[in-house]
Design a protein around this ligand. Sequence first.
Ligand code: HEC
Length: 274
Amino acid sequence: MIRIFSILVGLFFTAALAWSLVIDTVQLGKDGLPKNAAHEFGKAHDLKPLKLASDGPFGKFDQAQLQRGFAVYQGVCASCHSLSQVSYRSLAALGYEDAELKAIAAKATINAKDPLTGEMKDRPGMPSDKFPAVVYGGVGSPPDLSLITKARHGGASYVYSLLTGYEATQPADLIKHFPDSKTGKDMHYNPYFANLNIAMAPPLASDGLVTYSDGTVASKDQMAKDVAAFLVWTAEPELNQRHQTGLWWILFLVFATTLGYMAYRNIWAEKKGH
Ligand code: HEC
């Protein structure tokens, strides 16, 4: 009885699978193109590879790169994108001294309660403040970037690909088969973006938008890599610690296993009468 029942269940799933295959093929349409422009022309699943020092189970942030990425954020992205989860104090992880942190924070204007009068007032930022909200009046709505490398498939590679992936002209085939995907007014063609056209104008359109204090040449590509690395840090500032703790655990487990094995040998050596 149970056997017949499981055969029926198996048949049901096989039929469902076969049916979905048929439906998929039918939906490809007569011209062999799927009915979805992003599926055919999008590169969201073919991101440009990006190697970062923080990759892998034992990776560690490259402080110099994080500082460069922060410079790009401040100089280019901050006029549109907030970073509301990050405090100025936490930038110490990038290697800044206390005095530098104070100076960086003081450049921001924070609207906060005046402790004496209880009224809301603008004052210079302090290290304990978080990055302030951004007032944006343009097309679209720029998301907060604090967690963007966690929120998007591909993380840092996605950010890097998006920033360097704008294309001046759309493939003719795309417009021919999907007229709706033609880049509209105030939009920009970027095959790495989910719906191919993005409201953000290419933010890194020319070299040298920032001057790096470590002398690195600020090419478009370099700036994109550095800001992607910085956004990995904002999304997971404890990565170094996590990797270090992991390393100690592995060493401990290797040690405990060795000890256990030696104890086993010792005990059985006597029992076997060697
Ligand atoms: C002039 C304003 C402006 C600047 C400057 C700007 N952006 Fe954007 N950004 C936007 C807008 C608007 C969107 C939303 C686009 C949309 O939804 O079509 C956006 C979206 C994004 C997204 C999200 C894409 C997604 O998958 O939803 C990322 C990541 C991003 N920007 C990164 C950056 C970085 C990094 C910089 C600095 C190098 C930057 N932006 C500079 C306006 C800006």
